[in-house]
Design a binder for this molecule. Structure first.
Ligand SMILES: [Zn+2]
Length: 101
């Protein structure tokens, strides 16, 4: 899993194609993530009490990791990411500008 919380990603498919957003949460076991402002699901909430108004609640839905691409913080392009080990730590490397991040 190369995408982490806090990364900026580009959406490659679906209604939000071409949009970018910040990763809020990664679900490794589902290979999916929640991205701020992307794949918004609207839910209508009924009023519970009399006199209360119904509400539309907007929540981001899960995105499959295969539908997004990381935006490199160094060159600002959507890129493929490799991994290299530096000082025994795994670092992600942008395949376009070769910078690690
Ligand atoms: Zn880059």
């Amino acid at each position: 899993m190369k995408i982490r919380k806090g990364d900026t990603i580009l959406v490659r498919t679906g209604n939000d194609r071409g949009r970018t957003g910040k990763v809020m949460k990664v679900f490794i076991e589902k290979s999916s993530l929640l991205v701020e402002g992307i794949n918004i699901q609207k839910k209508h909430r009924r009023p519970r009490k009399e006199g209360e108004k119904g509400q539309i609640v907007e929540k981001p839905g899960l995105m499959s990791i295969s539908n997004v691409q990381i935006i490199c913080p160094k060159c600002n392009k959507s890129v493929r990411v490799g991994v290299k080990v530096e000082n025994k730590k795994k670092k992600r490397v942008c395949k376009k500008c070769n910078e690690s991040f």
